[in-house]
Design a protein around this ligand. Structure first.
Ligand SMILES: Cc1cc2nc3c(=O)[nH]c(=O)nc-3n(C[C@H](O)[C@H](O)[C@H](O)COP(=O)(O)OP(=O)(O)OC[C@H]3O[C@@H](n4cnc5c(N)ncnc54)[C@H](O)[C@@H]3O)c2cc1C
Length: 401
């Protein structure tokens, strides 16, 4: 067996989690083979929010400055009532002593992937294998054996000492290991609509991130550098298919800005939301990270961030094993990350979703008053933002030994 096959880490998936994992391992001097099914990076609109601790982590890789340059800083975000414009305005300035980046960054996740891939191409430690699909895995006492196919029917075998499964929510590795992915799929279909329409000129006091109750429904408006992404839902009397008809999408946007006859729409993308998590992130020599291990409602913008935090935790520990520390430290990775994902991320995302889908007007008003009271109290405001900015979860994880 050659030296590389004996020593390397095989990382599956060139999403944000796999790429960050590969880069950090390479910087620790560990050889990596990164296997990606697609021939190129995906550019579809997925995560668009980077939270403060993620920006701190990515700074170590020199990725934060270029991301900030390509994104939009969001110092405040809000929950509001559409009809009255009443709102609870959260201001990240109150956590300025807790983070170097007291803002959410609105920036497409593919920009992180492109920046990380450009770095990966420069690193001798990283071998990139795009256009290869992992089809089987086997592990023994000394390593992991992976079998891949390519679109021309070719096959290859790759061996490594450890394997990181960052192969996303439909993880092949998770399926091959037959790991239960416990949780649920929410009944509603979210419809993501992108448009350059200037909502900020029509809705007074809008932030760049807004979660909005509108009579009988809800929508969110998240700003990206050159467009708004607006999430809307089917009305009770509509089927998910009907709700996607172009005229019905126009009508949904006209409910937001009635004076506008027609909206230029760039993209309409329906998706279902799941909340699921595996029990353990380590199965022998195989480590799960990111969406392969946990998925949640995008409400609050935490899924990708949580995966990047997995990647940093794991790549703090893997080099320690290479330096001679007991492999048990990799169980600590699972012990620190799994419960935090479950309680802090899945739990919070679920509460965010439930809050905005609440149909009862009185209950909405009670919630709004409670959020306004939180914002008015400096201690509660800070605590709320530490949690929603994912800092509390990381602090809790650090206390687990
Ligand atoms: C509409 C939407 C909005 C979102 N908004 C946010 C947000 O604002 N903030 C946030 O933090 N998160 C958000 N998320 C979640 C976020 O996009 C994911 O959490 C993130 O992409 C997970 O990254 P990953 O690297 O774990 O997986 P992925 O990005 O899914 O990457 C997995 C990679 O593995 C590859 N792969 C899969 N199987 C194989 C195989 N067998 N062999 C080889 N390669 C394989 C895939 O091709 C893919 O490139 C959103 C998601 C959606 C859908």
């Amino acid at each position: 067996m050659d030296e590389r096959a004996r020593d390397q880490v095989i990382v599956i998936g060139a999403g944000p989690v796999g790429l960050v994992t590969a880069l950090r391992l390479a910087r620790a001097g560990i050889p990596v083979t990164l296997i990606e099914r697609e021939a190129t990076l995906a550019h579809d609109l997925r995560a668009s929010t980077f939270h403060p601790p993620t920006l701190e982590m990515l700074d170590e890789l020199g990725l934060t400055a270029p991301l900030v340059a390509q994104g939009l800083e969001v110092p405040t975000w809000q929950v509001r009532k559409h009809e009255t414009h009443e709102k609870a305005l959260f201001d990240l300035a109150v956590i300025a002593e807790d983070t170097r980046y007291p803002f959410r960054l609105q920036c497409e996740q593919w920009k992180l992937c492109e920046l990380a891939l450009a770095q990966a191409r420069e690193r001798d430690e990283i071998e990139l294998k795009f256009g290869r699909t992992v089809e089987s895995i086997a592990q023994d006492d000394t390593g992991v054996q992976v079998r891949c196919s390519d679109p021309d029917g070719g096959r290859c075998e790759i061996r490594g000492r450890w394997l990181v499964a960052a192969d996303g929510s439909r993880s092949t590795v998770r399926a091959l290991l037959d790991l239960p992915f416990e949780g649920l799929t929410y009944p509603e279909t979210t419809i993501l609509v992108t448009t350059r329409f200037p909502f900020e000129d029509h809705l007074p006091g809008l932030s760049r991130v807004n979660y909005v109750w509108i009579k009988g429904g809800t929508f969110s408006l998240l700003r990206l550098p050159d467009l708004w992404r607006c999430s809307v839902y089917a009305a009770p009397e509509e089927s998910p298919e009907q709700a996607l008809e172009p005229e019905r999408i126009q009508a949904k946007l006209r409910r937001i800005v009635p004076s506008q006859p027609d909206f230029e729409i760039l993209e309409i993308r329906p998706y279902r939301i799941h909340q699921r998590i595996v029990e353990h992130y380590r199965i022998g020599r195989i480590l799960l990270a990111g969406d392969a291990a946990h998925i949640n409602s995008p409400s609050g913008g935490m899924g990708m961030n949580c995966g990047v935090h997995d990647a940093f935790n794991l790549t703090d520990k893997l080099p320690r094993v290479y330096a001679g520390e007991n492999e048990g430290v990799l169980d600590l990775y699972s012990r620190q990350r799994q419960p935090i994902a479950k309680e802090e991320i899945l739990g919070q995302a679920h509460r965010n979703r439930t809050r905005m889908l609440e149909p009862d007007e009185d209950e909405r008003l009670r919630t709004l008053r409670d959020l306004q009271a939180t914002v008015a109290d400096p201690v509660r405001h800070r605590e709320y933002l530490l949690r929603s900015s994912m800092i509390t979860g990381l602090r809790k994880a650090a206390q687990i030994h």
